[in-house]
Design a protein around this ligand. Sequence first.
Ligand SMILES: Nc1ncnc2c1ncn2[C@@H]1O[C@H](COP(=O)(O)OP(=O)(O)OP(=O)(O)O)[C@@H](O)[C@H]1O
Ligand SMILES: [Mg+2]
Length: 249
Amino acid sequence: MEPIIELRNISKNFGGITALNSVSLEVNEGEVVGLIGDNGAGKSTLIKTLVGVHQPDLGEIFIRGQRADNWNAKKAREAKIETVFQDRALTPQQSIVWNIFMGKELRYPLGFIRVKEQQDQANRIIREIGFTSKLIDAKSQVGNLSGGERQGVAIARAIYNDAELIILDEPTTALSLIETQKVFDFVNNIKAKGRSVLFIGHNIFHVFDISDRFVILDRGKVVHQLEKSDVDSPENLIKIMKETVEKGE
Ligand SMILES: Nc1ncnc2c1ncn2[C@@H]1O[C@H](COP(=O)(O)OP(=O)(O)OP(=O)(O)O)[C@@H](O)[C@H]1O
Ligand SMILES: [Mg+2]
């Protein structure tokens, strides 16, 4: 099976700074990959390159086995790769359904929004990803939701856009334990549907719980890739990270 996306020897420089140094990485269908690394390791640069915000200086990108040239944001969207940035992109004073369909509303030929259809679809998607509370439905205002639930709305929007690879950038950093668990439930549900997730985080415990595989980035380089089965605990993963990073010095 071809990976959904594969990066081969991607390098990116900003002036004199090497943000990515020959990075190779792949994400397969239905897989949750945890991308970890210290501040400045290059995680955000890697994501931005994946979603076409940055053009790599060197290296190749393959989408389901096909080489993609002149990679850009439009091509990334067409390849069904979506990023969920921490609730920044949501409008709190609007409803869940409004936020999911924002800019991509279902309309009648005369331009009126298909309100009922949108609500039904939004309800279906939020139930699919794991919103269980009876008090929350498509019409609920996003501003009244908890942090984890807002993250869920952002994920629901990616699902409406039919994302096959969803990139979550630090989705649990500002969340409590219970809210973090909600985000994990959302991620596990989308994974169960065969979608893939690239999960970026500082908190190794969070990344450990949710990921099938880990990619450790250090100063622009992938220094280690591990399967979950190679690591028996988050403490173990932290130890491996420290050892690899020290070796690189
Ligand atoms: N647009 C830019 N212009 C110049 N330098 C940049 C730019 N973006 C990133 N860098 C540099 O590239 C390196 C990698 O940064 P990046 O933001 O990718 O790290 P990160 O792993 O996301 O860190 P953090 O955990 O702090 O978010 C850093 O040295 C950073 O200063
Ligand atoms: Mg970052």
